[in-house]
Ligand binder design. Sequence first.
Ligand code: ZN
Length: 68
Amino acid sequence: MRDKKKKLKIMVCPVCGSTNIKKVSAFSGWLLPEEYVCLDCGYRGPVVAEIEVDEDEIEEDRSDRRGW
Ligand SMILES: [Zn+2]
């Protein structure tokens, strides 16, 4: 039995649902809460949604979409 699947938390854009989220550390990052940027729709803000997925699901998703 393989019950050792890793669950990963990944961030998703609250606007478009993309997982192309990057954390931005602004100049004044020590003053402000961290911000995230969605590379797909351009959303920018401190709020992102988080979902839990199986590790291999992510792998699949990535190798599927990108050619590198
Ligand atoms: Zn987005």
